[in-house]
Design a protein around this ligand. Structure first.
Ligand SMILES: [Zn+2]
Length: 161
């Protein structure tokens, strides 16, 4: 039994079989949502079946995807997904955020990487831009002049939060 049942139009709700339509609903142009047999998936797979997979790409979630296994070993499709994500909990804590993650998409085109100094400069630029946005938010919340240091903003968050 296939886990992939077909498609459902996001506008009119019309169901279609796999292969019956492509991309959009022929009646109204609505986007097609994939319809999966969740009962079959639930009966066949356990969370450990996903977690235990070593593939860091999106193919780790193959049991939940509406596509069959690709035969013949690794394919270029196994490059998609698995973008490194870093937990910036200390910075997040200073900003009063429960969670702060940084998704590093700089390695997605590894054949054309800039020099390490350029990467470091871009990261610092991004962090400074993020800090400036936080300062603006803090100023809009009445937590200072907008020129506050990160420490001053975090003290305001501790006082108000
Ligand atoms: Zn439709």
């Amino acid at each position: 039994m296939s886990k992939f049942i077909g498609y459902r139009c996001s506008l009119c709700g019309q169901d279609y079989l796999p292969g019956e339509v492509t991309y959009t609903c022929p009646k109204d142009g609505g986007n097609l949502d994939v319809v999966l047999d969740y009962d079959a998936i639930r009966n066949k797979y356990q969370p450990e079946d996903i977690v235990s997979r070593a593939d860091p790409s999106l193919w780790r979630y193959l049991p939940l995807l509406p596509v069959p296994e690709v035969d013949g070993g690794p394919s270029p499709l196994h490059v998609a997904g698995g973008t490194p994500v870093f937990d910036l909990s200390r910075l997040g804590q200073k900003l009063g955020l429960k969670r702060l993650w940084l998704k590093d998409e700089s390695l997605e085109d590894s054949a054309n990487l800039p020099a390490p100094g350029v990467i470091a400069a871009e990261i610092m630029e991004d962090l400074e831009a993020a800090l400036e946005q936080f300062r603006e938010i803090a100023m809009n919340l009445g937590w200072g002049s907008g020129k506050n240091s990160l420490l001053e903003i975090s003290q305001c968050l501790e006082t108000d939060g």
